[in-house]
Design a protein around this ligand. Structure first.
Ligand SMILES: [Zn+2]
Length: 159
């Protein structure tokens, strides 16, 4: 997902990228292709890139532990500038050197997709824990033999 910015004239350009998830370095949850729709706007001092990306992932449901497929979507804006006096602390703010003529979006697309994985992974909103997983085996409470003496002492004291 590379954009050649050398000789770009001012204005808006649109790009569509498709790249296998594995080539972006995404893990085994993502086996398909990453789609990224990119709108680039070049002005005198900076290049603004708006990215909408999506990829299909396979996850394990937190409740029923079944596999399910879900599309992960993200959108973000990155600003590239030749000026040093911007806001260098902002993650999405990049300083370009004069000789830079490629903008590579792979890293940020990967990062934003990973951030968009829901914290709670449910195959469906109202997924229930199946009964087979809900049974807690009944176990007799076991007393550590080292505590037995103490218990006996306590009992004698109470008497
Ligand atoms: Zn489920």
């Amino acid at each position: 997902m590379k954009i050649n910015i050398s000789g770009l004239s001012e204005g808006v350009l649109v790009y569509d990228f498709v790249k296998p998830a594995i080539e972006l370095g995404l893990d085994q949850n993502f086996s398909g292709k990453v789609h990224a729709h990119v709108t680039l706007e070049k002005s005198i001092h900076q290049i603004t890139v708006v990215v909408n990306a999506s990829v299909k992932g396979v996850f394990i449901c937190d409740r029923c532990i079944e596999e399910f497929e879900e599309e992960v979507k993200t959108s973000f804006t990155s600003i590239y500038t030749w000026n040093n006096d911007g806001e260098p602390n902002d993650d999405d703010f990049y300083i370009l050197r004069k000789e830079d003529n490629i903008i590579d979006l792979d890293g940020s697309v990967k990062e934003y997709l990973l951030l968009s994985i829901p914290l709670k992974l449910l195959c469906k909103q109202n997924c229930e824990i199946p009964d087979s997983l809900n049974i807690v085996p009944e176990v007799e409470p076991v007393v550590d033999p080292r505590w037995k003496k103490l218990q006996e002492l306590l009992r004698t004291e109470k008497n």
